[in-house]
Write a protein that binds this ligand. Structure first.
Ligand SMILES: *Cc1c(COP(=O)(O)O)cnc(C)c1O
Length: 388
């Protein structure tokens, strides 16, 4: 028998257009932040409907920058979810503020009721994460923010292409958030290898983020002649180094042209998984978007431990034996040694319970229907063997 080939958990979707754009940029003589980055920002504004987009070198940078520009610092509290990548919390810590965890609801996204219970006079920002690309219950979070005078920064690392109530996240006129942060890391729905973007509808917040993103300079590095026409720049404060290069932006411009096609393909494949697992009572399908469009960055399947004589980790080993790449999104924040204390201060039992029975299956545009069927078939086989 032929051994099945290894099915990677993720593959980036890079075409000749992206390769050509990088080569052209390399030949242009301008590699760092310049015209291509500006074009990527304008295209991203047009795509999302946000008034302003600022390209950055990661989503982590975007989160930290947005918080810093909002004046978040020591003594402040920022409420976020335990089901996120560590960098969401690192970004809070690096401002000097204290992270506060609120538990998730059954979707895996932050639960507004748990957020409400953890608001204190020190709370300054709500930082929801759209897990897997499923939109959070934003209206309820905005209502809490209005009532308590809080800012809202969204971690949209999984959510390029996500709609909330018919519009992109952060769309002008449809969003009460201050800023939305995107990731273009290699595994994300849109990639520039490494990269990120922050959008806002507030011009003064954009200006603040722009200044802080590039060392606190008073002018863009590529236009040191400024308005007066003489070569000069000044450093007004100790800023960060968060700008995106034109090499990466060139990739982003091409990726953005294809993102709707990618999203549609992800949806088709996710629906194929949903159909395959609908008749399997030992597993539970991920929730669909009820209030928008799911970007299907991840397909997170859940086990029903009461119906299975196998635990999640052993289940994953069986998938690995069948040469299928998997991942878990995420190990809850308080289970990492560095954030142990947060678990004691802010228990999140629903996040921990969900974590113990969930894992992510391969899902990316280059996958074939046959590969989805192979993964679903492998899950079915394991379930068959360990059903109780
Ligand atoms: C990937 C990811 C980030 C970090 O993105 P980078 O661009 O790598 O900094 C932040 N939050 C979540 C939820 C992520 O999945």
């Amino acid at each position: 028998m032929l051994e099945a080939s290894y099915l990677p958990f993720n593959l980036p979707e890079i075409g000749e257009e992206e390769i050509g754009a990088v080569v052209e940029t390399m030949r242009s003589g301008w590699l760092t932040t310049g015209a291509r980055t500006a074009a990527f920002e304008r295209d991203f504004e047009a795509y999302t409907g946000a008034r302003h987009a600022l390209a950055l070198n990661s989503c982590t940078a975007a989160l930290h920058l947005a918080l810093a520009a909002l004046g978040v610092g020591p003594g402040d509290e920022v409420i976020t979810t335990p089901l996120t990548f560590c960098s969401t919390v690192h970004a809070i810590v690096h401002t000097g503020a204290s992270p506060v965890l609120a538990d998730v609801d059954e979707t895996g996204n932050i639960d507004p009721a748990s957020v409400a219970a953890r608001i204190t006079p020190r709370t300054k920002v709500l930082l929801p994460v759209h897990l897997a690309g499923l939109p959070c219950r934003m209206e309820e979070l905005w209502e809490l923010a209005r009532r308590h005078g809080l800012r809202v920064v969204e971690d949209a690392a999984h959510a390029v292409g996500t709609y909330y109530r018919g519009r992109h996240l952060g769309a002008d006129g449809a969003s009460a958030s201050d800023a939305v942060a995107y990731s273009f890391y290699a595994t994300k729905n849109l990639t520039t290898g490494e990269g990120g973007m922050v959008t806002t509808n507030r011009p003064e917040l954009l200006a603040r983020m722009k200044a802080l993103a590039l060392h606190g300079l008073n002018r863009d590095a590529w236009n040191r002649y400024g308005e007066k026409g003489t070569w000069f720049y000044q450093v007004l404060e100790a800023g960060f180094k968060y700008n995106l290069s034109d090499l990466q932006a060139a990739i982003g411009v091409e990726q953005l042209k294809k993102i709707e096609r990618f999203t549609e393909r992800r949806r088709e494949l996710a629906e194929r998984y949903q159909r395959a697992f609908a008749g399997m009572p030992e597993v539970e399908c991920p929730p669909e978007a009820v209030d928008g469009r799911h970007a299907w960055h991840l397909y997170i399947l859940r086990l029903r431990p009461e119906r299975l004589a196998i635990g999640r980790d052993a289940f994953l080993n069986e998938l690995r034996e069948r040469r299928i790449g998997i991942s878990v999104h995420f190990i809850p924040v308080p289970l990492h040694p560095v954030y142990e204390g947060l678990g004691a201060a802010y228990p999140c039992p629903r996040a921990v319970a969900l974590y113990e029975r969930m894992f992510s299956l391969p899902l990316y545009p280059a996958m074939t229907e046959g590969q989805v069927d192979r993964v679903a078939g492998a899950v079915g086989e394991i379930v068959e063997r360990w059903r109780r």
